[in-house]
Write a protein that binds this ligand. Structure first.
Ligand code: NAD
Length: 476
């Protein structure tokens, strides 16, 4: 019998969507309206580099405009194509809905390997791409707000913001045209770490629920849990760093482009991340066993598997052999729809991408609000909050003194209590609240509906319902 081909990324997203929507009772036609991608713009532009004109191909897809602006990152990779960008744009719609960020879904991509270009060349290409998109309102504070994704970061976002500002010199909100900018160029504290931080908060919330852990065959806390991470880039590095440094988890495996490293006692994430930045890969690192065919590490025994690189890495070919108890999809689309079926039947619990990596868009939302309000979070309240705390501390110490009690509030307590929240603390607090609230909405559906046997379907049900309500409120 001929083996069925693996669906494309967009087909996988649609299959998962269809699985969920079959359990809903949507008005006729609305299901299709939500599922399809509204528009995809393809641009080909030339940039003079190294004495010749080089032509680049880029995309910006708008999946759903039930809320505007639409939002989604820009990816730089050679494999970027229309199918991928549309799949990612659809996931953005569902992602924004699940974390209640008031945006529609969009995504962009440029076919380029950024490692092949000098910084000044990348700046020329990025500015030209931004110009092409801004010209068509595909970058705009009120209509379409990009952010970083694979292959892009703060630097590219700063170029895009500057390019947009040059084209809209009188727009006082120009900085809000893109998020993920550096703090000194209109960004917000905590954006770079946000997606990895969100993965940490998602796992913490999962481990707070005994029933959920039981479904995955796990118990206790994150302390000592064996973790394998694929992709030690922005998302994977921050997730691994926080889980090891703050929750006591042990990263026993790291998978990168050039191979993998395995160490049953746990790898030093900081050292390894520095090594990868200097050498471009994991090969030659002083600790851990080097594995050339790192795909095998995806199949290694572990408590938590964090795919944080590219889509489709867990597919029909390897799903049966994946032994992780819990998979948290830090990347977008790492598990294909057929692999999802296999894993669900095996009882593997998957925390789905649309929720798991929503930390980035959540903090991007905070950045956009900050840009539009033109004031840093906490600027008005911080010192006032500290003064009120000081009043209380002074009064308690005075009362204790008057009552003849020798002891005073401890210096460490006083210091921690007095400190008012700055922007970073507020951003982390808002992100934590968002990740907890969204998880609870998902798990409620997971546990309360007999037909819903997994978190992914639950996540789709929650988000599709919200998008549908939004369309219906518009009278569509
Ligand atoms: P990044 O470019 O910073 O890092 C990607 C890492 O994966 C790199 O270290 C790269 O070497 C590695 N990698 C690439 N292909 C690989 C392969 N085939 N096998 C093993 N390793 C490989 O990208 P990122 O921003 O961390 O994004 C990673 C994933 O997270 C993507 O799916 C992206 O869409 C998703 N995501 C990112 C953000 C964000 O804020 N950056 C937000 C949401 C989702």
């Amino acid at each position: 019998m001929l083996k069925k081909p693996e669906p494309t990324f967009r087909e996988s997203v649609d299959l998962m969507f269809n699985r969920a929507v079959a359990l809903m009772d949507l008005p006729p036609g609305l299901e299709e309206k939500i599922r399809v991608c509204n528009a995809t713009y393809t641009v080909r532009f030339g940039v003079r580099l190294r004495g010749q004109i080089k032509t680049f191909t880029g995309y910006r897809s708008v999946h759903s405009e039930h809320m505007e602006p639409v939002k989604g990152g820009i990816r730089y990779a050679t494999a970027v194509n229309q199918d991928e960008v549309e799949a990612l744009a659809a996931l953005m719609t569902y992602k924004c809905a699940i974390v209640e960020a008031p945006f529609g879904g969009s995504k962009g991509g440029l076919c380029i390997d950024p490692r092949e270009y000098e910084e000044h060349e990348l700046e020329l290409v990025t500015r030209r791409f931004a110009y092409e998109l801004a010209k068509r309102d595909l970058i705009s504070p009120s209509q379409n707000v990009p952010a970083p994704d694979m292959g892009t970061g703060e630097r590219e976002m700063a170029w895009i913001a500057d390019q947009y500002s040059r084209m809209h010199t009188t727009d006082i909100n120009a900085r809000a045209c893109v998020t993920g900018k550096p703090p000194h160029a209109g960004g917000i504290q905590g954006r770079v770490e946000a997606t990895g931080r969100g993965v940490q908060y998602a796992l913490r919330e999962f481990f707070r629920h005994a029933d959920d852990k039981k479904k995955a065959g796990l118990q206790g806390t994150l302390e000592g849990k064996k973790v394998i991470v694929q992709g030690l880039g922005n998302v994977g590095y921050h997730a691994a760093k926080f889980l090891t440094e703050e929750d006591g988890a042990k990263v026993i495996g790291v998978i990168e482009r050039d191979g993998g490293l395995y160490d049953k006692d746990g790898l030093d994430i900081e050292g390894l991340h520095r090594y990868i930045s200097q050498h471009g890969g994991v090969k030659g690192y002083y600790s851990g066993e080097y594995v050339v065919d790192s795909r095998h590490l995806l199949e290694e025994e572990c408590d938590v598997l964090i795919p944080a690189a590219v889509e489709g890495v867990i597919n029909m070919n390897n799903a049966e052999r994946v032994k992780a108890k819990l998979i948290i999809e830090a990347a977008n689309g790492p598990v294909t729809a057929p692999a999802d079926d296999v894993l669900r039947k095996k009882g593997t619990v998957i925390i789905p991408d649309m929720y798991a990596n929503a930390g980035g868009v959540t903090v991007s939302y905070f950045e956009w609000v900050k840009n539009l309000s033109h004031i840093r979070f906490g600027r008005m309240q911080r010192r006032q909050e500290e003064a009120r705390h000081q009043l209380l501390v002074d009064e308690i110490n005075r009362v204790l003194g008057e009552a003849g009690v020798e002891a005073k509030l401890s210096a460490s307590f006083t210091e921690a209590y007095l400190k008012g929240a700055g922007e970073l603390e507020l951003v982390r607090s808002g992100l934590d609240d968002t990740m907890r609230t969204a998880y609870q909405a998902m798990r409620e559906v997971w546990h309360e509906h007999d037909d819903v046997t997994d978190l992914r379907t639950a996540a789709y049900l929650v988000s599709i319902k919200r998008v549908a309500e939004s369309y219906q409120a518009k009278g569509l």
